[in-house]
Design a protein around this ligand. Structure first.
Ligand SMILES: CSCC[C@H](N)C(=O)N[C@@H](C)C(=O)N[C@@H](C)C(=O)O
Length: 348
């Protein structure tokens, strides 16, 4: 089935006749238009239209699989009004702003119905083409990390490490997937410690979490590396997180429940007395968004399926002391899994 056919089937399941798509990744998924943040899409039983404005006339014609209507609001809403008259129209409750909803209410003679996760559900399982793009994004990130690794040493600012990673990604033709995290020493206790002006010191661990965006698709990987010889306490934490990460990766298989995978890593960290220090979920899906389904968190029961691309990223964060996170990007396969992030994990 094409993406459009799948979307129409999902509309039926969601109990709506049409869907107003406003989340940029979803606009891109359904249309192929790469400036999804300046576009919207409407899918009804008989029509599907990409709405964007005249800055994108040429680009949208080149990229979009859907016919385009070029306008700015209110022209956008007025055109769509004729297509949705009398229909039950779903909108993306998790993405549409209040102002956006008010505008739809003003312009449309239609029943507006909040929906959740309609397009995200379709995006859970990646096609072979999507996997190839994610694989390429990760291959770029692996190459860039190998180039930059030698400069992660005492006397260098976190910001300069991040800058080199960003330049490497850009030089390779990729975009920077998200703000690069470089968190050394006590800053490692912040899971999202984006690179600062702090200078790396001898004897500390440094957490580096970054990703490429390649033709819209993300990679995501974290490595924690040592500068000199860290304390025995932090080496123990590193080994515990590595054990949890490797066990969770090895447990990936179709049919495994997302929450059960989280429990594999969490159980090991608890045995090491680090359960409280693991301050986030085990991982998440990766694709057009850096964080997408399935969420691998306690209590969730989404079964893993072949074609899902997930992260496995346990961490332990000790305020005032430091932290460790180790993250791989993993494809769920028919037989089990394939690790897409090939950067070696160092012994500490
Ligand atoms: C702002 S993008 C950060 C990407 C990073 N690799 C990452 O996913 N970090 C995790 C600790 C994270 O944010 N996990 C989320 C899904 C959570 O546990 O809520």
């Amino acid at each position: 089935m094409s993406r459009l056919e799948q979307t129409r089937a999902a509309l039926g399941a969601a109990g709506v006749d049409a869907l107003w798509i406003s989340h940029p990744a979803n606009v891109r998924y359904i249309s192929g238009f790469s400036s999804g943040s300046d576009g919207k899409a409407l899918v009804t039983a008989g029509e599907a239209v990409l709405y964007t404005d005249a800055r994108y006339t040429v680009q949208a014609a080149a990229e979009s699989a859907l016919p385009q209507f070029i306008a700015r609001p209110p022209g956008t809403y007025e055109d769509a009004a004729s297509r949705v008259k009398g229909l039950r129209v779903g909108f993306e409750a998790e993405h549409l702003t209040v102002a956006g909803l008010e505008a739809l209410r003003r312009h449309w003679d239609a029943e507006l119905v909040p929906t959740r996760g309609v397009m995200e559900g379709l995006r859970l399982i990646k096609s072979a083409e999507e996997v190839a793009l994610i694989r390429e994004a990760q291959a770029i990130a692996d190459r860039v990390f190998a180039e930059v690794r030698p400069m992660i040493r005492a006397g260098v600012r976190e910001l300069d490490v991040a800058l080199e990673l960003e330049m490497g990604l850009r030089r390779a033709g990729a975009e920077v997937g998200f703000d690069v995290i470089v968190a050394g020493g006590p800053r490692g206790a912040m899971p999202h410690g984006v690179a600062s002006e702090r200078v790396l010191e001898d004897g500390e661990l440094v957490t580096v979490d970054f990703g490429a965006r390649w033709r819209g698709y993300h990679s995501d990987m974290t490595r924690t590396v040592a500068v000199g010889t860290p304390s025995e306490e932090m080496r123990r934490v590193y080994r515990a997180v590595l054990e949890a990460e490797q066990a969770a990766v090895a447990a990936v298989r179709p049919g495994m429940k997302s929450g059960d995978l989280d429990a594999v890593a969490r159980g090991i960290l608890e045995e090491h007395g680090l359960g409280e220090a693991f301050a986030h979920s085990l991982g998440h899906g990766v694709g057009l968004d850096i964080h997408e389904g399935p969420g691998l968190r306690m209590g969730t029961d989404t079964p893993l399926e072949p074609g899902m691309v997930i992260t496995v990223e346990p961490g332990a964060y000790l305020p005032g002391v430091g932290g460790v996170r180790i993250e791989d990007l993993v494809l769920v396969t028919d037989m089990g899994y394939e690790v897409l992030s090939l950067t070696p994990k160092e012994s500490v």
